[in-house]
Write a protein that binds this ligand. Structure first.
Ligand code: HEC
Length: 116
């Protein structure tokens, strides 16, 4: 495995991937890790409750403008020319898909105008 400039965080996140055959859906433990990633790592730019910061807010209403494929692609590859990084060194395609589904259906922020 090629690790450019490995950090403790990178190793901690990659370790479970290395020992696991990639399942279609991340197991419960991985889902918990991905949730932590979403609110802490993604949250460092998008806000801990995804209300926005350096990066824009990520309400479900907005996330549902994307297909789940487009959203997972965006998460894996980032948005070139912006501060939005790609995450494919840290997460698998299944992980990205799970995050996309989570962003569309299961985050605390439903919309920016009303019930969140
Ligand atoms: C270093 C800061 C940073 C981090 C960390 C980050 N993002 Fe972003 N993200 C951005 C910025 C800035 C944009 C807006 C880019 C633009 O101008 O289009 C963005 C855009 C997005 C968009 C598109 C928003 C829209 O309204 O269309 C999604 C979805 C997204 N990020 C998800 C994530 C997820 C999921 C993670 C964690 C796996 C993450 N981001 C981590 C900075 C970040």
């Amino acid at each position: 495995m090629h690790l450019p400039a490995p950090t403790l965080l990178l190793c901690a996140l990659l370790a479970p991937l290395a020992v696991q055959a990639e399942p279609q859906v991340p197991d419960a433990e991985r889902q918990a890790e991905l949730e932590t990633l979403l609110y802490q790592d993604c949250g460092s730019c998008h806000g801990m409750t995804l209300r926005g910061g350096l990066g824009p807010a990520l309400p479900q209403s907005r996330m549902n403008h994307y297909t789940v494929e487009a959203l997972s692609h965006l998460i894996l590859h980032g948005i070139p020319g912006t501060a939005m990084p790609g995450w494919k060194a840290l997460i698998s395609e299944e992980d990205a898909r799970w995050l996309a589904d989570h962003l569309q259906n299961d985050t605390p922020l439903e919309s920016l105008n009303g019930q969140d």
